[in-house]
Structures are given as C-alpha cells and as structure tokens.
Design a protein around this ligand. Structure first.
Ligand SMILES: *Cc1c(COP(=O)(O)O)cnc(C)c1O
Length: 424
C-alpha cells in the first residue's frame, strides 16, 4: 500500500473489506456500541483497549475515511472533524493553551483569520501574522519564547499565494515547534506538505475532497515526524500525565506517530464534540474515490481560463499560481508540479459595477459563496462577502472592487471560456 501511487490510494486506501463483507464502506449509523461486560467497556474508557463506544469520539465509518486521507498525505494517524474550521482549531488547540503564541502566514482563509485573531485571542492565545513572502530574517523575528506552532495554507484561499513550505518548516523546527499546513486547495493529489517538512496537515474536506458541494467536513493528519518528547517542556499536554485519563502520557503510551491524534480524539473530541456524521463521511469517501481524476481536470480548466482571461483587454489582472508569469509560479512548480487547483482570480476594468454586470451575464458560472465544486461558480467579494467595505477599504485589504474569484468546475473548458467571452 505504501508504495502505491496517489490515484490507487484515492480508490483503494482506508477500508479493506474481509471475505463476504460490504464492498463499499458501511455507514455505521449508530451513536453507541454494545459490550458484553462492564470490564470490556472500562478498558476503552481507560484507553487500555481500542474500540468504539460512543460516536461523539469515534465511529468506524469516519475512521475508514480518515485512514484514506492519512494514506494520501503520507501520515501516521488522522481523524475527521465536522468542518474545516474545527480541523484547524483542533490542530492548534491540541498543542496551545492560554499564554501560547502562534506564528501564521497572513495569507489565509478569512474564517481561519478570524479564528486566530478574534476567537483564539479571547482564549489568551496570541498570533503574529507574517507575509508568506517574508524573508527568513523577518520570519525569525516573529517567534517568541512561548511560540507553539507555525501555520500556513499551501495555496491560500482566496489570495492564491503559494506557501514556501520548506522555509516555514525550517524556521518552525529551529524553534522546536511543528508546522501545520492547511492543504485544502491543492489536496494531496497535487501537493503533499509532509514530504516538504510539514508536521500536521489539515483540510476543509468541504472543498475538492468532497467536490460535489454536498457535505461540510474537515480532517487532520499527523506526519508522525515531530519529536514532542525532545521539546517536552513546550508540549506538556502530550508529554506529561493526563489527569482526565488516569495519568497516561500520550507520547509514552501511543508513541510519536499516534500521540497527537489520540490526544485530539480523547480530549478535544470528547470535550468539544465536532464529530463528522458517518453519513457525511460516506459522501466524502465517494468524492475521494475520484479525487485524482477530478483534480487534474479542475487544474486544467483553471489554467485554460487563466490563459484566456490574461489576453482580454477588459481584464486588468489575473492570479493563478499555475500561470507562467504569476508571482507564485516558481513555488507552484516546486511544490505542485503536476497542477495546482481550479480557482482563478481576476480583476475587470470598471470596478464593482462592471464586475456585478459581468457576473449577471454569465450563463454557466453560478454566483455562489463556494469553491472547489464540480460546477463552476464565481464571486465578487465587493458586492457579497466584503459588501460592507468601501472601495478604499477594499483596496487597502488587497481586494480591488472589480475582483472576481472563479472556481472552475469539471465542465468542458471550451464552454467555460465561451461563457466568459460572451459576458465580457
Ligand atoms: C473553506 C476553508 C476552510 C474552512 O472550512 P469549512 O469546511 O468551511 O469549515 C478552511 N481553510 C480553507 C483553505 C478553506 O478553503
């Protein structure tokens, strides 16, 4: 299994049915699990034996799907969460507490930006944002004695910047902390951050992994490479006794490859309960079975649309990391040489009104606050998600009023281009 190629893993990894068992992953639609003796059940509660007792913590359907995503990313353990937001929160909160500090790329998803700068701040966890393009010296300056994690997105939503994973991993490791990479946009089909030094990978599975716009979900994968014990004073939650489990020490009991995910399941899932429903995990797996086929098409359509837009006089500017001449082209070639994703952003001449009129004329591309779906969709932040902001405020935030984000679906590229051409 280890040596199989990514497409084979998309189809086959995770669930391995035995003789006469269902071919497709069974949906274990049960909140609870039955035991013959209290002693059997007690062992599960003490983390002495592995097994299922309550779906808020773990469910077999979810575990099959998490095992597939873990294999795709090349990790040692993984878990599903109810959303991408929950995945990023769990990844950080599993190793941070009041008084901790995080270094994060400033080019990240708006929801994650709020999570870090508003909600986690209220919990007493501080963040320093750095440009993904910062120099090594600038990155170095962002660290504090209480820094516990470094965070970034492999391809950022919506800015489409590419993270220099090796640069960020090197700085994190020099300070004895892990690098967490949100790999939602390229997916492991196009980028495997662990191969470049990332320690924990997160996903909003809501996007390409599902790929059909049917289920909100998230995932976390541990590379098993970060040596928590070597930096034990920084990560007492993993390296000292857990009083809520009779004093077990996660790194000692479960080893470097499983400590992080076991703690995340047995503490955070137990206490915060952001479990994905088994039904949604089943839908997610259907998406994963064709992920390698779809990502190729999304990226090809994205490139074709970006190349077309770049030639149009009504278009001021195009951003797409797979496009030659894009500021992130070289990083994209290094970290995702087989393709990036299907999301392209571009600015039309004439600002907010021109963008709104252009989008109104589109026939195939629907107006949605979503990306990474089989059907092409687009959004003008100035008239939707960022509506409250003036043109001046938008410009200061790096979002021109005429900016449109288009998520290229799986249609034929000729039809997508014809739709854009008639609307321009
Ligand atoms: C959408 C998204 C999230 C949030 O995921 P949800 O599933 O909507 O909670 C996090 N990171 C990135 C890069 C995203 O695109």
């Amino acid at each position: 299994m280890e040596n199989q190629k990514i497409g084979t893993k998309c189809v086959q990894a995770g669930y391995r049915p035995g003789n006469g068992e269902p071919r497709e992953i069974p949906i274990i639609q049960s909140t609870t699990f039955k035991y013959d003796t209290s002693e059997d059940m007690g062992k599960l509660f003490d983390l002495e034996a592995s097994g299922y007792f309550y779906t808020r913590l773990q469910n077999p359907t979810n575990d099959y799907v998490a095992a597939k995503i873990t294999a795709l990313e090349g990790g040692t353990a993984g878990m599903l969460t109810s959303s991408g937001q929950a995945a990023n929160f769990f990844a950080l909160f599993n190793i941070c507490e009041t008084g901790s500090h995080i270094v994060s790329s400033s080019s990240i998803y708006g929801g994650t930006f709020n999570l870090l700068s508003v909600t986690m701040k209220k919990m007493g966890i501080d963040v320093t944002f750095v440009s993904p393009d910062c120099t090594e010296a600038e990155l170095e300056n962002a660290f504090q004695e209480n820094t516990r994690a470094v965070f970034g997105e492999s391809i950022a939503n919506p800015a489409l910047t590419v993270l220099d994973i090796e640069k960020f991993a090197k700085a994190a490791h020099a300070h004895g902390v892990p690098l967490i990479v949100d790999n939602t946009f390229p997916t492991p089909v196009h980028c495997r951050p662990i191969e470049w030094g990332a320690d924990i990978v997160t996903h909003s599975t809501t996007k390409y992994m599902d790929g059909h716009g049917v289920a909100v979900g998230g995932a976390l994968v541990d590379s098993g490479k970060f040596d928590w014990s070597a930096h034990a004073e920084k990560f007492p939650g993993l390296t000292t006794p857990d009083d809520s489990y009779h004093g077990i020490v996660y790194t000692e009991k479960f080893g470097q490859g499983a400590a992080f995910i076991t703690k995340c399941t047995s503490q955070l899932m137990r206490d915060l309960g952001c479990i994905q429903s088994p039904q949604n995990a089943f839908y997610l797996n259907l998406g994963l079975e064709s992920l390698h086929v779809r990502m190729k098409r999304h990226a090809e359509n994205g490139l074709a649309v970006a190349e077309f837009l770049q030639e149009q006089p009504q278009v001021k500017h195009v951003s797409f990391p797979g496009l030659q001449g894009d500021p992130y082209y070289a990083l994209a070639q290094k970290y995702m040489p087989n393709g990036t994703c299907g999301v392209v952003s571009f600015e039309v001449e004439g600002g907010r009104n021109a963008a709104e009129a252009f989008m109104g004329r589109l026939k195939l591309a629907a107006i949605e606050t979503h990306v990474a779906d089989a059907r092409t969709c687009c959004l003008n932040p100035a008239t939707s998600t960022h509506r409250q902001m003036t043109d001046e405020q938008l410009a200061a935030a790096g979002i021109p009023a005429g900016l449109i984000r288009i998520s290229c679906g799986l249609e034929d590229k000729e039809d997508l281009i014809a739709d854009l051409a008639q609307a321009l």
